[in-house]
Ligand binder design. Structure first.
Ligand code: 6PG
Length: 292
């Protein structure tokens, strides 16, 4: 999978051009219902855009509690028919090393709330096989992901991401060697203090999605968000390193269609005083569309 080339290197002129093409969008929501609705609308919009661009929609889902309402909403009559599920391929950004019917399985949650309720065939669901030997499962998943995007600099059309208080996203935890991975699509991590090992996609994959959608609720995460987006803050969180960039894309992508590659964040406690500023990292702008 050729996903590194334009990401972390390149001359300054090229970086500058990429930065100029980049847009960040922030949306603030009043409650979790509004957040889920905004995310579902964005899901529909990005799926339509992907179908126009490459004839199918590749989406990667997260675990955690925050996206659950989004999954329910997408399966509801209000949204179900607005997504062309027959041309959708579903992946995950991470998974626990547990069987698919385990209470902690990210696949199980998405399947129960969404996938089993919409017209998707089994072959369109590309789960990470948490029940297998982890290194092998990560490798197999990497091959499966790569098979869907062999010639494209774009990996997923949409990655639904969450944020931990410690700044993790997917299963990329602060200080973990997985955060520095530049070659592999997916790696095994053993998060400290957690019951299960995990398999996660890496930053090069997340930095080549068309849209990274961060869903964040809960005032306890406010400080983390503030630190990620505050340009003066020296702390470097894994979530702050997710910066999808619109590249001079080959073939399938239309550069004139300037959809902001971003995310929805919701942190009600920040509403009054939070003014996000853009902090360039590696010469690029972070890819966040916040929902405050
Ligand atoms: C997971 C996730 C993880 C999650 C954050 C936020 O599998 O748990 O991919 O990165 O998104 O921990 O979790 P909450 O939504 O539960 O706060």
């Amino acid at each position: 999978m050729t996903i590194i080339e334009c990401g972390l290197g390149g001359d300054n002129d090229r970086r500058e051009r990429m930065t100029q093409q980049y847009e960040v969008e922030i949306k603030v929501c009043d409650d979790e219902e509004e957040l889920a609705g905004a995310a579902a609308d964005l899901f529909v919009e990005r799926s339509e855009q992907a179908l126009r661009r490459r004839g199918r929609f590749l989406v990667a889902l997260s675990g955690g509690a925050t996206p659950r309402r989004l999954y329910e909403l997408l399966a509801s009559p209000a949204y179900c028919d607005r997504v062309d599920w027959k041309r959708t391929e579903v992946f995950w950004v991470d998974e626990r090393c547990v069987p698919p019917d385990h209470p902690d399985s990210n696949y199980r949650i998405a399947n129960e709330l969404l996938l089993s309720k919409v017209p998707l065939e089994e072959k369109q669901i590309h789960r990470i096989r948490g029940e297998e030997e982890p290194e092998l499962a990560a490798k197999v998943y990497g091959i499966e992901v790569s098979a869907y995007m062999p010639k494209s600099l774009i990996t997923f059309d949409l990655a639904v991401l969450g944020l931990g208080i410690d700044g993790h996203t997917a299963s990329l935890f602060p200080g973990d060697p997985a955060v520095s991975e530049t070659e592999k699509v997916a790696v095994v991590v053993e998060p400290r203090g957690q019951q299960h090992g995990r398999i996660t996609v890496t930053l090069p994959v997340l930095n080549h999605v068309a849209t990274a959608l961060f869903l964040v609720t809960g005032s306890e995460k406010a400080t983390t968000v503030r630190e990620i987006l505050d340009e003066g803050n020296p702390k470097c969180y894994p979530a702050g390193l997710v910066m999808p960039v619109k590249f001079p894309l080959p073939l399938a992508y239309d550069l004139d269609e300037r959809a902001p590659p971003l995310a929805v964040l919701e942190i009600t406690s920040l509403k009054t005083d939070f003014i996000p500023r853009i902090r360039p990292i590696f010469g690029r702008q972070p890819a966040w569309l916040l929902g405050f």
